[in-house]
Design a protein around this ligand. Sequence first.
Ligand code: BV8
Length: 260
Amino acid sequence: MNGKTDRHDNRSLVIDVGRLLARARAVAVLTGAGISAESGVPTFRGPDGLWRNFRAEELATPEAFARDPALVWEWYRWRRRWMATVVPNPGHLALVSLESRFPAFTLITQNVDGLHVCAGSRHVLEIHGNIWRDRCSRNPAHLFQRQPSDAAGSSEAAPLPRCHCGALLRPDVVWFGEGLNPAHLDAAVEAVSSADILLVVGTSSVVYPAAALPAVARQAGADVVEINPEETPQSPEMDLVLRGPAGVLLPELDRLIRQG
Ligand code: BV8
């Protein structure tokens, strides 16, 4: 299809998704790193998704932390300093606006950047945790909230942070090979199982169990819509696909809903 056809098709598809939303009572949204891309946060598997030639799967693991906690903290401190400079983009803000327009609205995010809460979203399930919290590596009940202002001062070579119990602190995120918080996962399954529509936004749909949620929604009878500039392994299973950036398409959907 040429650019003009793409634009026309997308326009009519946006209207189709707008119609599905207009008649929905319960909406669920699953977001991934792509919704923060337009804020300037690197995605995991995109061209800038590498750090010093490491892949996230190599560093975001308990084994990497046990083997070299200083390297893992260097990566997270680098990411925190980067995330301290970014702000929510129109895609995040459109989800805040959409949230207020439905009796039931649940935002499930794989992102740990905290940008949905920063934008004002209220019903957020951060199923992979939050980079702005530290957790004791011995007692998970010992949690410490960090601020973006803390990130500016933390040099990569600073001593490793420790809990008052003496154990190393770690970022309060879910690493590969670690189970998700069962309460979060149950709430996410409940939300997509009772949704009339699930928007799958900015995720490559390869990380499980989050990537299983669209199938759960579909089996429960929801319409499932992918919003992504790129094809994903789950694109063929989607009821509708809006091929474009979340920062453009979500505000368009919000405008359609506001116009009624
Ligand atoms: C677990 C936190 C078991 C850390 C992250 C089947 C079942 C269960 C597990 C597995 C399974 N198969 C494999 C596994 C293991 C593994 C897994 O899924 N591996 C993958 C790589 C194959 N899963 C796990 O290990 C999970 N744990 O199940 O353990 C268990 C159970 C009980 C008890 C003990 C153990 C844990 C997974 C969580 C890992 N943690 N993050 C951190 O961030 O530091 S995952 C990480 O990837 C991020 O959270 C990220 O969000 C997530 C997914 O990536 P995406 O968000 O999709 O980002 P990506 O870059 O891939 O894609 C971006 C997309 O955006 C692209 O499609 C791009 O086109 C698009 N885009 C770009 N620009 C835009 C855009 N879209 C819209 N607009 C734009 N402008």
